[in-house]
Design a protein around this ligand. Structure first.
Ligand SMILES: [Zn+2]
Length: 88
């Protein structure tokens, strides 16, 4: 991840551990995605056992982790900067 935006020179990581708050968004995005997979499996494959549905939903969420991490950081920065107006 870049340290500074090349266009507006915004410092992404304001302090050590800054992105630990992004885990809240990561959790929300990940569980939402797993829930969507579970609904899809229960709708189209109702004969599958529950343990398979949940296992497959978790497995199908794993390839999306890099995207989830990126967008959770973006959401965290947007929320943090909308609350805190101090420079950088
Ligand atoms: Zn920028």
């Amino acid at each position: 991840m870049l340290k500074v935006c090349s266009v507006c020179h915004l410092v992404y990581q304001r302090e050590p551990g800054y992105f630990s708050g992004a885990t809240f968004f990561s959790y929300a995005l990940g569980t939402t995605l797993v829930g969507i997979w579970i609904i899809i499996f229960f709708t189209f494959f109702p004969e599958l056992p529950d343990i398979w549905v949940h296992g497959l939903a978790l497995a199908l969420m794993l390839p999306f982790l890099p995207i989830i991490m990126r967008y959770s950081r973006i959401l965290w920065m947007m929320m943090d900067r909308s609350i805190d107006i101090s420079p950088q």
